[in-house]
Design a protein around this ligand. Structure first.
Ligand SMILES: Cc1cc2nc3c(=O)[nH]c(=O)nc-3n(C[C@H](O)[C@H](O)[C@H](O)COP(=O)(O)OP(=O)(O)OC[C@H]3O[C@@H](n4cnc5c(N)ncnc54)[C@H](O)[C@@H]3O)c2cc1C
Length: 460
């Protein structure tokens, strides 16, 4: 089989490559840059993404390097105005093992994905841009790094300015919010503690310095320069910091990376054109409020990987039908949060955790059964404790789909790509809210497929 060609080795492309590598699918992951992107940009890894990363074998390393969000401490000059937690800290439960947002600079998250990819025998081909492609009924002919190749499918995970999207002629509908501009960068500094995310609100935008866990850097947000002006130098940023904070002792020692961010709120109306698919920022961009972008891209990839491996038209078509509504909801959410932030300050909750994303009503979710605990096909399959200390998520881990048999006997042999388990724990059955004799199919990406109960009257 020709390989899948993944274009772009950001978080989206890397996640897809890791998933395909563990499935033994042939692929190439090509990246235009000659080296990894250095910025911390998307530093919030949401609870659902942590579950995805657990399945992909990346979470332990991410937890070892990442950390909790610190309190935000607001100042006027040297005066402390107050402290605020961006999101309340929650205790893990049996059903939600990772309830809190994890902070990890995006360059590190990507590095850990590349490490995992290497363990699985894959690699990023840096300095290898896609410069053209055409498709026919059997595959895609693409030019990468100046050479022609044949691919079974092409995945445009090539970011907001996506060459793949533009070449397809797919519109990127929405708006650029010229008023929403800010400087974003990573700095090294002395004279400021790493206990707090320090913030100085101001009329033309906040100055903020957030310590990045597992590093000696801070992420800097600052008001934008005047229209048309160059990016500030380290010395100019120092002047801004001193004037805003009144702290002579706060010295910026190195500018690791800096860029001018402009908010775009845009999305495609198609995720698939024939054998070409769009994923991540190539398909949707929005304000960073709520920390959704990287997470949504990771989950696009996670939704697509097993469908590419199966290769059926029904599954490949379901990618757009499942993920496009999610992107639309994320655009709405991040815009609402951006407006709320201006009046109420940063405050996040369950709505940003992505645990409640559901594909109910979608093409792979047979309608009908809602269990006594309110679950239906398309919902995230919750975790639960098994007797002996194991967890349901451990049964799900891997590229297979999982059949949970609540009482009854296992089939002699599993169908290809499926693993069956007899669940005898009453506590697990209660989480799923199904009567004895039920069977629940959990898709490879951890969402509920069919729920079969012995008699529909037993379910609500
Ligand atoms: C200030 C800021 C804060 C943010 N905070 C968060 C947050 O807290 N949480 C969150 O989830 N998200 C956040 N985001 C968003 C997040 O950074 C993006 O959503 C994420 O980078 C998207 O990943 P991606 O892999 O889809 O695209 P990208 O990261 O843009 O990667 C695309 C890759 O494709 C490559 N490429 C482009 N064209 C070609 C070509 N022709 N051939 C080969 N390769 C090509 C590019 O070089 C790039 O490496 C933030 C963004 C910003 C700017």
């Amino acid at each position: 089989m020709d390989p899948v060609l993944i274009v772009g080795a950001g978080a989206t492309g890397l996640t897809l490559a890791v998933d395909l590598a563990r499935r033994g699918m042939p692929f190439r992951l090509v990246e235009a840059r000659t080296e990894p992107f250095p910025g911390a940009r998307g530093k919030g890894v949401q609870p659902r993404t942590q579950e995805v990363f657990e399945d992909l074998g990346v979470l332990d390393a991410l937890l070892a390097h990442g950390g909790q969000y610190p309190l935000i401490r607001a100042y006027r000059g040297r005066e402390v105005l107050g402290d605020q937690r961006i999101d309340e800290l929650r205790e893990p439960t049996e059903q939600v093992p990772y309830p809190n947002i994890l902070m990890s600079p995006q360059w590190r998250t990507e590095q850990l994905l590349r490490d995992r990819l290497a363990e699985l025998g894959g690699r990023v081909e840096f300095g290898t841009p896609l410069t053209g492609f055409t498709q026919d009924a059997e595959g895609v002919t693409a030019t990468v790094g100046g050479r022609s190749m044949r691919a079974a499918y092409l995945i445009g995970a090539d970011g907001g300015r996506s060459f793949v999207r533009k070449t397809l002629g797919v519109d990127f509908l929405g708006e650029t919010l010229e008023t929403q501009r800010m400087l974003v960068g990573d700095v090294r500094l002395t004279g400021l503690d790493r206990e707090f995310w320090h913030a100085w609100p101001g009329e033309s935008g906040a100055l903020a310095l957030c310590p990045l866990p597992g590093t000696d850097t801070f992420q800097l947000y600052a008001p934008p320069p005047a229209d048309g002006a160059e990016l500030p130098t380290l010395a100019e940023l120092q002047d801004l910091v001193t004037a805003t904070t009144g702290r002579e002792e706060l010295r910026l020692t190195e500018l690791v990376w800096l860029s001018l961010y402009r908010a775009n709120v845009r999305m495609v109306d198609r995720y698939r054109v024939g054998r070409v698919f769009l994923a991540g920022d190539a398909a949707h961009v929005h304000s960073p409020a709520g920390g959704q972008g990287l997470n949504t891209g990771v989950q696009d990839a996670y939704n697509l990987g097993w469908k590419l491996a199966a290769g059926t038209e029904e599954l490949l078509d379901s990618y757009e039908r499942e993920r496009l509504p999610v992107a639309a909801a994320v655009l709405g959410l991040s815009s609402r949060l951006l407006q709320r932030d201006a009046t109420e300050g940063l405050r996040r909750g369950r709505e940003t955790h992505q645990l409640d994303i559901s594909y109910r009503g979608g093409p792979l979710a047979p309608a009908g059964v809602e269990t006594a605990s309110g679950l239906a096909a398309g919902d995230r399959a919750p975790d639960a404790r098994l007797a002996g200390g194991g967890r349901l998520f451990e049964l799900f881990q891997g590229p297979h789909q999982t059949r949970l048999i609540f009482g009854g006997s296992r089939p002699g042999t599993d169908s290809p790509g499926e693993r069956s388990f007899v669940i005898t724990e009453e506590s697990v059955r209660a989480v799923y809210g199904v009567p004895v004799g039920s069977t629940v199919l959990v898709r490879p990406d951890g969402y509920l497929g069919a729920i079969e109960v012995p008699a529909l009257t037993a379910a609500r």
